[in-house]
Design a protein around this ligand. Sequence first.
Ligand code: ADP
Length: 367
Amino acid sequence: MTAKALSALSSVIDPELRLPITELGMVGEIQEEPNSVKVVIKLTIVGCPAAQSIERDVNEALAAKFKHVEVVMTTMSQEERAGLTKKLRGDRPAKFNPFVEKDNLTKVIFVSSGKGGVGKSTLTVNLAVALAGLGQKVGLLDADIFGYSVPQLMGVNQAPTKVDHLMLPPIAHEVKLISIGFFVSDNQPVAWRGPMLHRAVEQFLTDVFWGDLDFLLVDLPPGTGDVAISLGQLLPKAQSLVVTTPQHTAAIVAERSGAIGLQTGQSVLGVIENMSYLPSENGPIEIFGAGGGEAVAKRLSELSGSEVQVLGKIPLSQGLRESADKALPIVISNPQDTAAIEIVKIVKKLIATPRGLSGKSLKITPS
Ligand code: ADP
């Protein structure tokens, strides 16, 4: 008789895999009596970082139903682990990119910009966290290989747990994260060229346990380099979100980053104008000028042959900058900030927008 113990244990969720431990083969032998229980819990790997929290949750769940509880923590055998990774992959082969499957429903969004410093990463992080806050299952892939900043912005600096060849992405503010920054020590620069870059981003898709996501946001490097092209090939159903400032010079370069997406087959989801204005008592002050967002949207509409809209304008915000420095996205730390309010408005549009259509024909002639 193990029903009472199993029902209690089914409420314990593995913090990395976000699934009940009863579904992960983590529950071993159970000795159940009316008032007492002894269970064996099998962790995925030796030194599992979630060991303590799992042990605590198991004890709490069982203590709610039994007077005497004994929990023995151990580790899965090699075969058990192989069985688990097979199950997590859904019986698909290793090295499989789930986002290209026909029935995959994840909205994949590339966040791109022409040049650096326009707030692309800060916005990507806030968009991801705001999406998760609205109940969406979100992954964030930091593909800005040379200028990775997602680990700092999300306050995570731990390598993913590896279960055989499957990487379990760290989770912060309910967003699953992967970044090259998790694999390099001491802020080392990454000096890679084309094929290595391609392999790295490919592994981020094939070797990471993303699970069923509603959204995968991809923080692209600024500009139109190798990574953007590789990812365009690896994620053909992605749509791109182009970030620009209102400044004319920024807009001109941002157009190019949207255009490269069109060339690799992505449709443009929209444009976000960041640092649009500085709110003041006497009305908005347009520090970086005006019109950049509209200019990019107009040009990308012409190039794509379908209407591209400015999805939102984010003001300059000291709070946004300060909260980014503290690794606490402003949509969480101060949701009343105008920048946070504007970000959440954009996120609601993203949720309402249908997924990109693969193979959609685009009126564009690569030059
Ligand atoms: P990118 O990813 O485009 O290189 P970042 O996200 O790193 O840009 O942002 C560049 C700098 O601008 C950071 O210091 C960030 O905190 C700041 N920043 C971004 N957006 C805003 C904004 N709306 N208001 C104030 N500071 C901002």
